[in-house]
Write a protein that binds this ligand. Structure first.
Ligand SMILES: [Zn+2]
Length: 67
């Protein structure tokens, strides 16, 4: 499970689509004008969020089985 969010390009301020998973993996995304933005998981927040998303996904699957 992943979660998309929009951030701002530090170079030109254009909206850039990124995802929690991309930040957790330290991937580089490009803004609409082609600037490269290195996603940095500075305090491990994205990895924590990714773990929470995975837990949530498992919980949803369990609920699905009960029904
Ligand atoms: Zn840019």
């Amino acid at each position: 499970m992943d979660l998309d969010f929009t951030t701002e390009c530090p170079e030109c301020g254009a909206p850039v689509k990124a995802s929690i998973g991309a930040v957790a993996k330290g991937q580089t995304v490009r803004c609409s004008r082609g600037h490269r933005i290195a996603m940095e998981d500075k305090d491990g927040g994205a990895r924590k969020a990714q773990r929470s998303l995975n837990r949530m996904e498992r919980a949803f699957k369990k609920i699905g089985r009960i029904r």
